[in-house]
Design a binder for this molecule. Sequence first.
Ligand code: NAD
Length: 281
Amino acid sequence: MAAVIDGNRIAQDVRAEVKAQAIDLKEKKGITPGLAVILVGEDAASKIYVGRKEKAAAEAGFLSREYRLPAETTEDRLREIVAGLNASPEIHGILVQLPLPKQINPDVVIETIDPRKDVDGFHPVNVGGLFTGRPGHRACTPLGVIELLDRSGIAIEGKEAVIVGRSNIVGKPLALMLLNRHATVTICHTRTKDLGAVARRADILVAAAGKAEMVRGDMVKEGAVVIDVGINRKPDGKLVGDVAFAEAAEKASYITPVPGGVGPMTIAMLLRNTLNSAKAD
Ligand code: NAD
């Protein structure tokens, strides 16, 4: 039976460290990390995420600025607000919650954010930094996966890592992060032939497909580490990951649950990115 990686506990540890360092930064340099969170429109899930981010920032002793804009906000108006935050000395991190309403091109908005304040790690300068191994902000969810592995004492170097999913926010950046840590990395997607055979090669198997319980027990190699990024709501309201947990846990050495695995790490890493941004001020 696999050991269950407690993402809630690890995220709490990271958040406590961030808070302590934020207090230290305030005492020594008089700087309070500032995070601006922008929500456009009424998307229900986005409202929940934004609320959690604001609360976590306040709990860490950060300055938290909230912008809740109507769904009909124009791209120009949003860019104006971002430009104002770029120039604001008290703001170190700017987060524009995605998805945006259809009249706004998310790429244009992300490119407006000063890369030093792009704590989501989505700006092309930061993505390029990840690609070439230069410093910069890294996307929070894949960063959270790396942190879970590190804090669970799981070595990455030399391991065969397989990621199911190639999105710009999870699969692709995670592949680069694992590669930078010297794993041998394979990325799978909807057109991968014989997903099971590829997945069974993995020492570290990451599911980030957004398909409820698609990774079955027979896709997991004996002793593999299984990381489940997926968050899916079943018709009965129950939250499940992309991994059939009970089946996979019989084969895996370590496994993350849903909820309480990767999920809580995303906000913890957002806080850490914002702290790092304030430290570099
Ligand atoms: P996405 O829809 O943008 O990408 C999914 C990827 O999975 C695609 O590249 C697709 O090719 C691949 N895929 C889908 N079905 C597949 C299949 N049957 N076989 C092989 N590959 C398949 O999704 P995303 O934004 O990367 O998110 C993935 C999951 O992670 C979602 O459940 C999402 O809710 C969750 N998520 C969680 C967090 C968090 O924990 N904080 C953050 C971001 C995303």
